[in-house]
Design a binder for this molecule. Structure first.
Ligand SMILES: Cc1cc2nc3c(=O)[nH]c(=O)nc-3n(C[C@H](O)[C@H](O)[C@H](O)COP(=O)(O)O)c2cc1C
Length: 328
């Protein structure tokens, strides 16, 4: 798939997710077949001010793989500065968040609140487009609209494309829906129909199986699918989707041996890349991801809350998975 001048290998993207899509997790998803990954949303104001915690999240994908940085804000100057910093960190794409429903973001009239201000939204895209080199596409991720009375995604997307957006991602829920109800494939289809065909439209929302990904593409005509919650602790979803899209047999869900291999890989990536102050939190979170749905998960989650270092995490995972692996 082409996003302006950028070619991506596979039309399956990992969604930006705050406190989830750090470098270790993005890497695992890339290694399991995600065609492109994007950082969590980063405050343009914080980046422009050089806030250490935010700047530290501008982490380039490993081995030179292309990746995107997502930024949010409502002022041209910090957004442009943030976009320049993203490019300096190696980003191959800058995505502007116009979909976040969180109260603290909307209170600052950022994220999904920008869907109520299409003229300003266009100005922001134009400014960021002008601030980064031609080789770096600028994209926008937004929702279906603000609420049921204002489902303006098709017009909104067209306005953004006119301003220079090279890719549009639509999460087919309104802001007021939050995460309730279903992501509307009809809205995504209408955006695909409205936007010029050379600009890829990415369908997002509720894709948790390879069948969902195939249906999302068939029902909306979208050029790619973006996966959020379905990928948390489940990077194997990308290999299943990749196989289906490429006409190969779906290798199916992960085995205990594969889960343990991913935990080991996750630990080694955290060892190399997770900032010390975040380590405890990140490993406790990850420990619970990989056992979800398995017998004994609740007890392990409990023990994971007392983990202090990565060696303990590894020992806990091995004690959990090795007997299952031997029995398999
Ligand atoms: C924990 C979490 C954090 C999220 N953070 C972001 C974010 O930083 N930027 C963004 O555009 N969307 C964010 N989202 C929304 C997802 O990118 C995605 O649009 C949404 O979850 C719907 O897709 P899904 O059904 O595949 O999860 C977040 C979602 C979750 C669950």
């Amino acid at each position: 798939m082409r996003i302006g001048p950028l070619e991506i290998a596979r039309p399956v993207l990992l969604a930006p997710m705050a406190d989830v899509t750090d470098l270790p997790f993005r890497t695992l998803c890339e290694e399991h077949g995600a065609g492109f990954t994007i950082t969590e949303f980063l405050s343009a104001n914080a980046l422009a001010l050089g806030a250490r915690k935010t700047v530290d999240k501008l982490t380039a994908s490993l081995d030179g793989r292309p990746f995107g940085v997502q930024i949010f804000g409502r002022e041209e100057e910090p957004l442009c500065r943030a976009a320049e910093l993203a490019v300096a960190s190696g980003a191959s794409l800058v995505d502007i968040n116009m979909g976040c429903p969180a109260r603290r973001v909307v209170a600052g009239a950022c994220g999904s609140a920008l869907m109520k201000e299409p003229v300003l939204a266009q100005r922001l895209v134009r400014a960021v487009r002008g601030a980064v080199p031609e080789r770096v596409p600028v994209s926008v991720k937004h929702r279906a609209g603000w609420d049921d009375e204002h489902v303006n995604a098709p017009e909104f997307a067209c306005a953004l494309v006119e301003a220079g957006a090279a890719m549009i991602t639509v999460h087919g829920r309104t802001r007021t829906q939050g995460f309730g109800g279903r992501s509307s494939r009809e809205v995504i289809r209408k955006v695909r129909e409205a936007v010029p065909s050379h600009v890829p439209v990415v369908g997002n929302g509720d894709v948790v199986t390879a069948d969902d990904a195939v249906a999302m593409r068939a029902e909306t005509g979208c050029d790619a699918v973006m996966i959020g919650r379905g990928a948390i602790g489940n990077p194997w979803l990308f290999r299943s989707i990749a196989a289906r899209l490429e006409g190969r047999a779906d290798p199916g869900p992960s085995t205990p041996a594969e889960r343990l291999a991913v935990v080991r890989r996750h630990v080694s990536l955290m060892r190399a890349h997770t900032p010390r102050p975040r380590l405890r939190l990140e490993m406790r979170k990850a420990a619970s991801w990989y056992v979800r749905g398995l017998p004994g998960a609740a007890a392990l989650r409990d023990r994971a809350q007392r983990l202090d270092d990565l060696d303990q995490f590894l020992a806990l995972a091995e004690a959990f998975f090795l007997p299952a692996q031997r029995a398999a």
